[in-house]
Design a protein around this ligand. Structure first.
Ligand SMILES: [Zn+2]
Length: 114
C-alpha cells in the first residue's frame, strides 16, 4: 500500500523532530497532500490512525489533511490550468508541452506540540 509507506515516512520524520526538541507529545499535524500525488485520502487517514498508535509522541495526534490542487503550466501559451480536469494537454492551445507546477508533493505544513 502506497499510502502506508508515506505515512511511515512522515511519522518517522516527526518522531525524530519531537525527540530532538524534547517535546512531550505532538498533538496536531497539518499535512498538505497534492491532488495528483497518487495518495487516496481515505487510505491515508486509515493508515495514519493505525500507525500513530505505535509511535512514542503521536498517539493523540490529530491529522489535519489539506488537499492541494494540481496545477499544470503550458509552455506554449504560458497559461495554467487544473491538472485533474484536463491532464497533460493544454485546454487553451492543445499543446502537449506542459508540466506540473503544484499538486505532486506530500508536505508537512505544521505541527503542534505540548
Ligand atoms: Zn497552452
Amino acid at each position: 500500500m502506497h499510502e502506508l509507506g508515506i505515512v511511515v515516512h512522515v511519522i518517522n520524520q516527526i518522531e525524530e523532530l519531537a525527540k530532538k526538541n524534547k517535546v512531550n507529545k505532538v498533538v496536531e499535524l497539518t499535512l498538505e497532500v497534492g491532488e495528483v500525488s497518487g495518495v487516496v485520502k481515505e487510505y491515508f487517514v486509515d493508515a495514519f490512525e493505525w500507525a500513530k498508535k505505535k509511535t512514542e509522541y503521536m498517539k493523540e495526534c490529530h491529522l489535519d489533511y489539506i488537499t492541494i490542487q494540481g496545477i499544470t503550466y503550458c509552455e506554449d501559451c504560458q497559461k495554467t490550468y487544473p491538472t485533474v480536469q484536463y491532464g497533460k494537454e493544454c485546454p487553451y492551445c492543445h499543446s502537449p508541452h506542459t508540466y506540473l507546477v503544484t499538486g505532486k508533493d506530500v508536505m508537512i505544513k505544521n505541527i503542534k506540540v505540548e
